[in-house]
Design a protein around this ligand. Structure first.
Ligand code: MN
Length: 248
């Protein structure tokens, strides 16, 4: 059994990808390593296949859609190879807003193809776009056709409640807990909480966070929930088991 969960990390962006995979597998961290372009899929699939705890997700990152919208075709072709999808979603921040229509088109296609395939688990980015992301999930990916984990969620408490009603899970990192309003955290049921690092985009002291650092998010989460670290760890592991349990 794994002892920690990092449900959103980019292992292929570390200087030594192979070593990064080995380290979290040896440490017993269930790690979902997301990709930003389907062109990265093959190497991710090859390196994670022999591991016990590391799974690769097939992605097309919303921040790259401006230049890579045509790669949705490759993404679709590869989808039958994996149960895990990500990083996908929408980013309405000022740097990426110019491609927002193209992002909606790509993400819409991702949701439609996943709904048709069934049993996929998606790690979804929703920066400044929580409401539209939820509108699209509601319209195109029924809960019995796929499961969504909202990564680094920054929406409101009402967005969070709506996401919960749609069946979404939340992968929570240490940096996001620093800024999250208590009302938002309070609107997420404990049964829907997972941990993540989003490494290497977050820090652990002076270095890039790695999956093993998911323990930091767990520690902070335990404090905010008024529980112990072992309790919070058991909760996250039980949530992971539920998420991964096949419905079909
Ligand atoms: Mn990410």
């Amino acid at each position: 059994m794994p002892n920690l969960v990092d449900f959103h990390c980019h292992l292929d962006l570390y200087p030594d990808f192979e070593r990064a995979v080995e380290r979290c597998d040896a440490a017993g961290v269930f790690t979902l390593t997301v990709t930003t372009t389907p062109k990265a899929w093959r190497r991710n699939a090859d390196l994670t296949a022999p591991t016990k705890h590391v799974r690769a997700a097939l992605g097309l990152h919303p921040q790259l859609v401006a230049d890579r919208a045509s790669e949705i075709t490759l993404w679709e072709k590869l989808l039958p190879e994996t149960r895990y999808v990500g990083e996908v979603g929408l980013d309405a921040g000022p740097r990426f807003y110019a491609s927002f229509d193209a992002q909606k088109k790509a993400f819409g296609r991702v949701l439609d193809v996943c709904a048709e395939a069934g049993d996929k688990i998606l790690s979804v980015h929703s920066v400044r776009a929580a409401k539209i992301v939820l509108d699209m999930i509601e319209a195109r990916l029924p809960p019995d056709r796929g499961r969504v984990v909202l990564h680094w969620f920054t929406g409101s408490a009402s967005d969070a409640r709506r996401a919960v009603d749609l069946g979404c899970y939340f992968s929570i990192n240490e940096a996001m807990l620093d800024k999250m309003k208590p009302a938002v955290l309070a609107s997420i049921p404990r049964e829907r909480m997972l941990t993540e690092t989003d490494g290497p985009f977050t820090r652990a002291d002076s270095r890039a966070a790695e999956p093993i650092d998911a323990g930091r998010a767990l520690k902070t989460l335990a404090r905010l929930l008024g529980t112990t670290e072992p309790e919070a760890g058991g909760m996250v592991m039980a949530n992971l088991r539920h998420l991964l349990a096949r419905t079909a």
